[in-house]
Ligand binder design. Structure first.
Ligand code: SF4
Length: 228
């Protein structure tokens, strides 16, 4: 039965539009991962922490092979795709994910679409959506709902978001998620620029940064943008 919800956009080009590339993080999925935020999202959840990633303008256009090479060069355990909305550029990201998995590394994909919407897109013939799902080991699905904030489970923003294991890559992960605490990662580069990965309520983030003698970033960045 159709839920009548939105469907992912077909990819507009063969390039991936990248909003942010983080070579190494431990706050965006299991283990040490490379995180790629894509530019563009049609879902537009109220309270999204990454509204600057809604527009499909901007971002760095990268060929899938080039992006995959950059990811593999980092030597991390795997790739986490966030956004923005990965399934709005599923075809190109499926190529990236294929290369990452061929190298023996894992792929985790955040999406603001529900698992039902993705299943229905596949049933309607969306091969790009099927391809990215087929190259994803762990899917985190569902829009960010600001009235259902989840401060317990790692990586997600709201309680409706589902962890779905699409391969046996993380056999204990769904159990581990119940035990693992949510975390944020704060880094300060040589120029004093602060980057925050992971999810935290604004008040907590303000308190944490002021205890470090730092002003919060002008726009609080979100690692796992509440969904994506
Ligand atoms: S939370 Fe994710 S899916 Fe929702 S609007 Fe923001 S980027 Fe898009």
């Amino acid at each position: 039965m159709s839920d009548g919800g939105p469907r992912p956009l077909p990819s507009a080009s063969g390039l991936v539009s990248v909003a942010r590339f983080l070579a190494s993080t431990r706050a965006e999925g299991p283990g040490e991962r490379t995180a790629v935020w894509v530019q563009g999202c049609t879902i537009r959840c109220a309270g999204c922490f990454n509204p600057h990633m809604w527009t499909f303008r901007g971002g760095e256009g990268l060929a899938p092979d080039d992006l995959a090479a950059r990811i593999l060069h980092t030597g991390t355990d795997g790739l986490t795709l966030l956004g923005g909305e990965p399934f709005d550029q599923a075809a190109a990201l499926a190529e990236v994910a294929t290369a990452v998995r061929r190298a023996g590394r894992s792929v985790m994909t955040f999406t603001g679409y529900t698992s039902e919407q993705l299943r229905e897109a596949v049933a309607e013939g969306r091969e790009d959506v099927a391809a990215l799902l087929g190259e994803t080991d762990l899917l985190v699905a569902g829009p960010f709902l600001r009235d259902r904030i989840d401060t317990v489970r790692p990586w997600v923003g709201s309680a409706n978001q589902e962890f779905i294991a699409l391969s046996d890559r993380f056999p204990h992960l769904l159990d581990d998620v119940r035990r693992e605490h949510d975390r944020i990662e704060i880094s300060v580069d040589a120029s004093g620029q602060i980057a925050v990965n992971g999810w935290a309520e604004l008040e907590l983030l303000d308190e944490l940064l002021s205890s470090l003698g730092r002003n919060p970033p002008a726009r609080p960045p979100r690692g796992a943008s509440p969904t994506a």
